[in-house]
Each structure stands twice: as structure tokens, then as C-alpha cells.
Design a protein around this ligand. Structure first.
Ligand code: R1P
Ligand code: URA
Length: 234
């Protein structure tokens, strides 16, 4: 048991999918895992363990933003021995080459967030994905024929932005999408020497204004979830 997770020792697998939305965690567990057992309901931040292709896999909602996500990630690592953390989240597209429903595998995650920068006086840390997980996710997505982009993303503290000038400046440097957790997850992966990767589905487009319908989101989430689960095992 940790501060925010009520699971008993051994109830959480060492490989875990991390959606921001706890109801996405429920959907993943009930749709893709055999014999799913809910191990956490504290604060409604649902967590489940089940079987995928014969192996134990867990899925845990993390909430929105880095302060929330890092609470769950750190407790999973320190109190439950989780070694492989795979974020399965939504993002907004920042590149015209990227379209809604595409997948973005976050090779790196730029951030201005204090959740990373507060740890350094002089340096600007570059949060990056675990290479093995990134490579596996890319291979799985390609094999499945899912439209997939690999590159840098932006992890922001604010969903609603007062000024998009610097966001679009970053887009000119090849930043593909924006979400709110990957950078801090990558920082924690490095800090605790565990594997982390973020697999994102583009849910909306910051340049074209294109959006997905709820049905389209459901289908596309399935692509991201399949890539996440296969990456967890391989
Ligand atoms: O779909 P999830 O995983 O929650 O991720 C994205 O959606 C939320 C904002 O709507 C933020 O958490 C952002 O990172
Ligand atoms: O953080 C997020 C997630 C989805 N779409 C956005 O525009 N931002």
C-alpha cells in the first residue's frame, strides 16, 4: 500500500500502461485483459491487473498533468517495483504532417515544467524515451500498419494557453504534438533507472482545428492500446 494506491504487495505487474483517464484504464482492462482485477479505487484513480497473451500486465490511471502523473509513477516504481512504464495518452498535433487519429511515439519531450527543471540550477535536462521500448513500439505499430510518427513532443503544465507563440516556435523545430505528462515520466524513468515511453494518439489538431468524434477516438485508442500492450511484453 502506498499513499495513493491501495494495492497489496504483488498485486501490480512490473509492466504497466498509464493512461491519464482512469476510465480509459477501465476500458483497457475490461476490453484487452483476461481476468482483470481492480486493485485501486483511491480518489477514483482506477488501476487493474490482468493477463495479456499469457503475461501479467497492469494499467493505472494517472490523472492530468505532471504533478498527478508523477505521484502514481513514483509510487508504482518505489512501492510496487514497476520496471516498465508505458503512457497511452492523447495529444494535440503541432505539425501539418501529423493528422488526427495518427500515433506519435515520443522520442523526447520538451518541457518548461518545474516538475523537471526544478531539479537543476544550470542545466536544461532532455527527457528521452527508453530506446528499447521506443524501438519496439515503432516496430509493432509499423507491422500493424498504424500511421505512426516518431519525434519530439511538448509536455505542458497548462491545457489552456494564453499565448501560443512559443508553442508554434517549437513546432517549427519539429515538435510533433503537445500533451501534459511525458517529460516528467521520462525524467522519473531516468532517475529510478526504469523504462518509460509515451505512445500518444492525436485527438485534435492545433493548426487545422480538426477533431475526432468519440467513435473515432474509441477506435484510434484501440490502436494505441494494442501498441502499448505489445510493447509491454516485448
Ligand atoms: O488523454 P490523457 O492521457 O489524459 O492525456 C492528455 O489529455 C489530458 C488533457 O485533456 C492531459 O492529461 C493530456 O496529456
Ligand atoms: O494536452 C493535450 C491533450 C490533447 N490535446 C491537446 O491539445 N492537449
Amino acid at each position: 500500500m502506498s499513499v495513493h494506491i491501495e494495492a497489496k504487495p504483488g498485486e501490480i505487474a512490473d509492466k504497466i500502461l498509464l493512461p491519464g483517464d482512469p476510465l480509459r484504464a477501465k476500458y483497457i482492462a475490461e476490453t484487452f485483459l483476461e481476468d482483470p482485477v481492480c486493485y485501486n479505487q483511491v480518489r477514483g484513480m482506477l488501476g487493474y491487473t490482468g493477463i495479456y497473451k499469457g503475461e501479467r500486465v497492469s494499467v493505472q490511471g494517472t490523472g492530468m498533468g505532471m504533478p498527478s502523473a508523477t505521484i502514481y509513477a513514483q509510487e508504482l516504481i518505489e512501492s510496487y517495483g514497476v520496471k516498465r512504464l508505458i503512457r497511452v495518452g492523447t495529444c494535440g498535433a503541432l505539425s501539418e504532417e501529423v493528422h488526427v487519429r495518427d500515433l506519435i511515439l515520443a522520442q523526447g519531450a520538451v518541457t518548461s515544467s518545474a516538475m523537471v527543471q526544478k531539479n537543476f540550477q544550470k542545466f536544461y535536462y532532455s527527457p528521452i524515451a527508453d530506446f528499447h521500448l521506443l524501438k519496439t513500439a515503432y516496430e509493432v505499430a509499423n507491422k500493424q500498419g498504424f500511421t505512426t510518427h516518431v519525434g519530439n513532443i511538448l509536455s505542458e503544465d497548462s491545457f489552456y494557453k494564453e499565448d501560443m507563440t512559443e508553442t508554434f516556435q517549437l513546432a517549427e523545430l519539429g515538435i510533433k504534438g503537445v500533451e501534459m505528462e511525458a517529460a516528467a515520466l521520462y525524467y522519473l524513468g531516468a532517475k529510478f533507472n526504469v523504462q518509460a515511453v509515451a505512445i500518444c494518439t492525436v485527438s485534435d489538431h492545433m493548426i487545422t482545428g480538426e477533431e475526432t468524434t468519440s467513435l473515432e477516438r474509441q477506435t484510434t485508442f484501440d490502436e494505441m492500446i494494442k501498441v502499448g500492450l505489445e510493447t509491454a511484453l516485448n
